[in-house]
Design a protein around this ligand. Sequence first.
Ligand SMILES: NC(=O)c1ccc[n+]([C@@H]2O[C@H](COP(=O)([O-])OP(=O)(O)OC[C@H]3O[C@@H](n4cnc5c(N)ncnc54)[C@H](OP(=O)(O)O)[C@@H]3O)[C@@H](O)[C@H]2O)c1
Length: 273
Amino acid sequence: MTPEQAWQMILRQCHQPDTASDRWPSEAPLSDDDHARQLLQLFQPLVSPGAPAGNRRVSVVAQMGQSLDGRIATVTGKSRYINGQDGLVHLHRLRAVSDAVLVGSGTANADNPRLTVRLAPGPNPVRVVVDRNRRVPDSHYLFTDDAAPTLRLVARDNQSPPPPAGIRSGVQEIPCLSGGEGPIDPKEVLSILEGLGLHRIFVEGGGQTVSTFLTAGLVDRLHVLVAPMIIGSGQPAFSLPEIDSLTDALRPQARMVNLGSDMLFDLAFDAHH
Ligand SMILES: NC(=O)c1ccc[n+]([C@@H]2O[C@H](COP(=O)([O-])OP(=O)(O)OC[C@H]3O[C@@H](n4cnc5c(N)ncnc54)[C@H](OP(=O)(O)O)[C@@H]3O)[C@@H](O)[C@H]2O)c1
């Protein structure tokens, strides 16, 4: 099997599960092609996940693209590009197997990302930006390029209508987040997305947003893409509540995969549930 065939099989399993008749590597003899096997092993848990944790019917994959010293951007917010080409292709593949790709307002603001699938074959997910205070300029690609349906989650007030029943093309502003300065409960975000029929959620960044999902115990899988680069200063990848003892550190089940330009840490938090 070639990597291209493996990738098409993953897309079929993800987007046409009822008609796909492919067999996964656990059932089929492993392919001789290392790259194809690597793809199948990496994506199988994402496209056919076990029951997500607790009562949730959504599964959450998050990613962090970081330097060896755990930075995701310079002090001035520049993050293009920490990861090499293989890491970027992987990122686009993660988008392609997701119903929705979600970023915080910091990322949308700083990077003006498109969040579309361009470096691999596959469909664009629904784009979601957590933008409580409407900080992201209306002129950014997410709101102007019409490349995929886009949800802008903002603060609600007493006058806010109930969340919409479905996704439509273009940009939908949804006033659904609790206002004020306090942290947003990521559970609130997931329940809105689930209500819209989005079940496979990819939290792409940035550091704060991934960290709040992780702190809330809502990340099933985390892909940390480590680039062989030392920045030495800049924005941290993870910011979690302080701990005293290392026994309280997160120690997910881990697999390391050499992507070429980057080392991928495939971390399974769902393995503990
Ligand atoms: N290397 C990578 O993989 C990667 C990926 C993405 C981004 N980046 C870089 O990361 C930087 C941005 O990261 P960041 O951590 O500053 O910002 P971020 O996580 O993108 O966005 C943080 C903002 O999102 C809102 N938000 C999201 N979840 C929230 C929650 N649970 N509670 C409260 N607010 C929440 C808040 O917006 P309000 O303040 O508007 O309420 C918060 O200030 C950029 O420089 C970008 O280039 C790197």
